[in-house]
Design a protein around this ligand. Sequence first.
Ligand code: UN1
Length: 505
Amino acid sequence: MSQVATSEAERGTEVKSYKNYIGGSWVESKTGRTFNSVNPAHKDRVLGVMQASNAQDVDAAVGAAEKAFAGWRRTPAPARGEIILRAGLLIEQRKEELARLMTQEMGKVLKEARGDVQEAIDMGKYAAGFGRRPFGETVPSELRNKAALTRREPLGVIGCITPWNFPLAIPTWKIFPALMAGNTVVFKPASDTPIMATRLVEILEEAGLPGGVLNFVTGNAAEAGDPLVKDPRVAGISFTGSTTAGRQIAEYCGKTLKRLGLELGGKNAIVVLDDADVPLAVDGALWGAFGSSGQRCTAASRLIVQRKVEGDFTDLLQERAAKMKVGDGLLPDTDMGPVINEAALKKVHEYTEIGRREHARLVHGGDFAGSDGWFYRPTIFADGRKDMRMAQEEIFGPSTLVMPVGSLEEALEVANSTSYGLSLSIYTNDLRKAFHAMDELQSGIVYVNAPTIGAEIHLPFGGTKNTGNGHREAGMVALDEFTEWKTIYVDYSGRLQRAQIDTGE
Ligand code: UN1
């Protein structure tokens, strides 16, 4: 049986053009310029032609969002929830089609693309429920005949700037809670996965979102992202991407006191102790390091292994990595797809050179894996030390470093020795050691006997140190990024009552 790797979109001669979505209409960019979305597994295949937007387009999008805000914020939250739920259900109906498109545009294997789509479905169902949950508190006043309560208020226009590695899940982590809280949104997706983003906007339109509530512009960071961040009518920015870009955005938002949620880099580690189930830890390491070709903020790019099991662990890891098939993610026997683009491929290989120069021992991979797309072999270095660049810098590709350690304390110290703090994991069968690690690991997410990836949408997601600025996405706390608290006092005593002074009367 021949395997079907290409889709209609890829085989068809006609390449579809996609538009921006502003004020409820699909429109072309004022620049008249376009860019292509390509398949990273077949770099000559153009999937779609996109609008190369600039400040003028962003200006129109923000204007539309600003205009729609008054109506949307007054729309009852349960009614907002109905629309988000419908969007979630539409995504569910189209799960397979969306997953296939995602594999073509982003490269991750179909099974993982389905997982990404599933996260969006989950987020739709979960966020819709925000519409019928109490958001504030009613608390006693220190005075008689006085009520005190709090409630969440939307900020206004939110700019959502999203990455390509989770082209559906991450936009829904931002857009669904932002809309549920009563904000309007301008959405600027990564230029590597704009068709997936377009699909999400189409679905929200179909679900009944009123025009102007969600606006959409495609284009690059300098021409479209930057004006969005700098527009004074934008009350908040939610950004997932590199720490370098996040820092620049934070500088601007700091100066203008604009609300900002950042989800940035990671240098995540799996700790494997002597007493661990080694084959289970190897399963976790393979999934953590090479899932999505290592292109997750949560990827396990360090494997900190106690010396007694390090040899067995590394041998088994190498053996398993050698069996992995790299190729087009639509093919059923592919274990790992390409990286996103040429720059990413070069960066991964540069770190192979850096690893060699730093005298890490190359155990597997370290080379390109075919010329049709941006393929790299799963790469494993051993003999890692915490002062190596390989152990400190985010690679964002299929490359991981085994780092031998002597004791639990040393393992924790090495795990905490980077400037990032997203996801850390430990494999051990010793309850006391597991709990000690939960106390000591410095990261927003800790896993025990599971790899560094696998976050679920109803729990907070985010990291400490240079991974972010303290905000968390997903879970109930997702609303913190997109709301202000309003505290309300109602005095129905009919006389002046002074807090702190007239108490007890
Ligand atoms: C990311 O890498 O940017 O836990 C998000 C995980 C996924 C989300 C990752 N559910 O790996």
